[in-house]
Design a protein around this ligand. Structure first.
Ligand code: SF4
Length: 379
């Protein structure tokens, strides 16, 4: 297998299983070993659902709720309760996940923001990130949806990293009947512009694709190629998440087929080959029973795993406990290491605000991973 694999037609053939999957997996594993050796990382985190209100209506989403049916903001006390619990368990990441611009749709959202002296939800996220930094040892990693240049600049002093999934590069998924119809924040060009702006501001960034929401194999390949192009341009995408769609009972896509594991494994392996040896490639371990298969497909990270909170985006899917995650990783021949929400290669003043960097370095080992006291505490 050669660099010709990047040829779009051959990549599509790999996704479709027309070309030999064995070759693809072998090359993906070789590239992972070349770039990362036999180390697989995870981030010890708490999930902080800042608000479950959103102006969008993605048809697979169970996170978002309307006002009166669970849609709300966490108060500062709620946020503090979560992150202080995380601090007790030596977590290093506060994942701030939320719906996109709820104030543009719901008067109740604007009322909450007015009551907290904020013009926008992003202002409130900035306020909560400052609170987390001042009260705990955790580092915020904000996933607030589409961000302007001003939003990113406001978050950068308190966030060691930020994220926005590309999900898919195809505008077709925004057409009537498709999952992102009437979702202004899911227009691919708008998401690309946020990712690009984060690069301009030198923010270590998380992005990735969601597989199984109605896209075809060409659209998967085009999405991976788009992410590779962005990374070549800016170098700031510190990790790429390849996430498999899981059907949620209370959503319009509840009867949609989930990607079959052999198919999804090929997508993961192809992502490694397209994104290269150095890329940090992640698959969440809580969305597949036998998640060890992704180690054979070239990943080097399990993403955020929490000993304290649930996965609010996939509440039906508990994270493996850390002992199990470590045992599975070790059995496959890898060493599991905790990392900060910023990867070791981005732990520098090129990428992190100079006021924030010393605290991050202080919680890192000499080689940039997270320093977690032993024995780690688990519930
Ligand atoms: S997936 Fe995100 S943008 Fe879409 S409805 Fe859910 S919270 Fe909103």
């Amino acid at each position: 297998m050669h660099s010709s694999l990047i040829d779009r037609d051959l990549a599509i053939a790999y996704v479709n299983g027309v070309a030999r999957a064995d070759d693809l997996l072998e090359e993906a594993g070789r590239l992972r070993d070349e770039g990362h050796g036999r180390v697989v990382t995870y981030s010890r985190k708490v999930f902080v659902p800042i608000t479950t209100l959103c102006r969008d209506t993605c048809t697979y989403c169970t996170f978002v709720k309307p006002p009166g049916a669970g849609g709300q903001y966490l108060t500062p006390d709620d946020v503090l309760a979560i992150v202080r619990a995380g601090d007790t368990y030596d977590c290093t990441e506060a994942l701030l996940t939320l719906g996109d611009k709820p104030e543009a749709k719901w008067p109740q959202a604007q009322e909450f923001l007015d009551g907290h002296g904020c013009e926008s939800t992003i202002d409130y996220v900035v306020q909560m990130a400052e609170l987390i930094r001042s009260e705990t040892r955790l580092f915020p990693h904000a996933n607030p949806g589409i961000m302007t240049a001003r939003d990113i600049a406001a978050l950068r002093p308190t966030n060691v990293s930020m994220g926005l999934m590309l999900e898919n590069i195809s505008d077709r998924l925004t057409e009537p009947g498709m999952p992102h119809h009437n979702c202004p924040d899911k227009v691919p060009g708008v998401r690309v512009e946020t990712i690009r702006e984060a690069g301009r501001q030198r923010v270590p960034f998380t992005s990735g694709i969601l597989v199984g929401i109605g896209e075809n194999s060409a659209e998967i390949v085009d999405s991976l190629l788009a992410l590779a192009d962005l990374q070549r341009e800016t170098g700031h995408i510190q990790e790429f998440i390849i996430q498999n769609f899981r059907a949620k009972a209370d959503t319009r896509m509840r009867h949609s087929p989930e990607p079959e594991i052999p198919y999804f494994v090929r997508v993961v392996a192809l992502a490694r080959v397209i994104l290269g040896a150095e890329a940090n490639l992640q698959v969440p371990p809580n969305l597949t029973d036998d998640f060890a298969v992704y180690l054979d497909a070239g990943i080097n990270d399990w993403g955020g795993v929490s000993p304290v909170t649930i996965d609010w985006v996939n509440p039906e899917a508990p994270w493996p406990n850390l002992e199990h995650l470590e045992a599975v990783t070790r059995a496959a021949g890898f060493e599991l290491k905790p990392r900060l929400p910023v990867y070791p290669e981005y732990l520098s003043d090129t990428w992190i605000d100079p006021e924030l960097l010393p605290a991050a370095v202080d919680r890192a080992t000499d080689d940039g991973y997270a320093a977690i006291p032993e024995p780690t505490r688990t519930p």
